[in-house]
Ligand binder design. Structure first.
Ligand code: R5P
Length: 281
């Protein structure tokens, strides 16, 4: 077995290879003069573990190329972060079901697919390979427990994230709750205040994805107005587009942390142990 990855998932791939005691296959990534991507991977092995977070269209194409380069091997695909997963329903005629399009394309020619905190598990029906989702609630709980907070309140910014936040809170023995969020556009959300006692509490907002930071900024302003003592944010996938990080810090979020499913300056904990456990099984 060998591990191979796209450009944006090299650190996680190297950690995983080390954890599994298997080699990592090198890849040269270049572009043709017209801008199209090209890569050369290998030497490969009969059994390949292929990692690639599809954080951008370019990363998506690169993963498709890498999967094609591994054709003929027994391939397990790890999608640490799956882009386009949030368009998982058709809301009006003529729209694509983007998660289906991406899921089908990426799972062609693989025997199994492993995701990490996939946005919506129903997406699995679009994967051709045998799918498995890893949840990082243990890693998030451990990270929070080492942050020195006093009896934190673990809060999900919407009902969709409440299960994940609840699992994190249960592992740490903390309280958990969620906010009622309404999304108006890609960048605008409003929240109905929920009757919860946040006065004087250290609040940790836990979500699967932070993208624009809009959800967290809205939640933060509401929570501080209700008397929260401090607010931190922990997510699995730190997409953090544009000025998301500074936007959140200037809103008073003291610390923003994420896992290495997307490698960034906010990466504080790793998905590697949970991914290795699934692969060993
Ligand atoms: C949405 O359902 C997700 O769980 C996140 O809450 C959302 O993607 C965060 O997006 P943003 O940071 O742009 O508000």
């Amino acid at each position: 077995m060998k591990v191979v990855s796209t450009e944006r998932s090299q650190v996680l791939a190297a950690r995983l290879a080390e954890c599994l005691h298997v080699p990592i296959a090198p890849v040269k990534y270049t572009r043709f003069p017209d801008g199209e991507q090209y890569l050369e991977a290998g030497p490969l092995d009969d059994q390949m573990v292929i990692l690639g977070s599809t954080t951008s269209d370019a990363a998506f194409v690169q993963l498709l190329l890498l999967l094609d380069a591994c054709e003929g091997c027994d391939n397990t695909l790890i999608l640490p972060y799956m882009g386009y997963a949030r368009q998982d329903k058709k809301f009006k005629p003529g729209e694509p079901l983007s998660a289906r399009a991406v899921g089908r394309a990426l799972s062609t020619g693989v025997s199994s697919v492993i995701t990490v905190n996939i946005h919506e598990p129903a997406i699995f029906e679009y994967f051709k390979g045998n799918p498995h989702n890893v949840c990082l609630s243990k890693e998030v709980a451990l990270y929070i427990s080492e942050s020195g907070l006093n009896n934190p309140l673990v809060l999900a910014p919407d009902k969709g994230a409440s299960r994940f936040a609840g699992e994190v809170a249960k592992k740490g023995g903390w309280d958990s709750d969620y906010l009622e969020k309404t999304r108006h556009s890609g960048e605008s959300v409003t929240m109905e205040p929920k009757s919860m006692e946040v006065k004087g509490r250290d609040v940790v907002i836990v979500d699967d994805i932070i993208s624009t930071g809009g959800t967290l900024v809205t939640a933060t302003s509401m929570l501080y107005s209700q008397g929260a003592r401090s607010i931190q944010a922990v997510c699995v996938h730190g997409v953090l587009i544009g000025g998301a990080y500074s936007r959140m810090r200037s809103a008073g979020i003291r610390n923003v942390s994420s896992s290495d499913t997307i490698e960034s300056v906010t990466t504080r904990f790793s998905a590697v142990a949970s991914l290795a456990d699934v692969l060993k099984k």
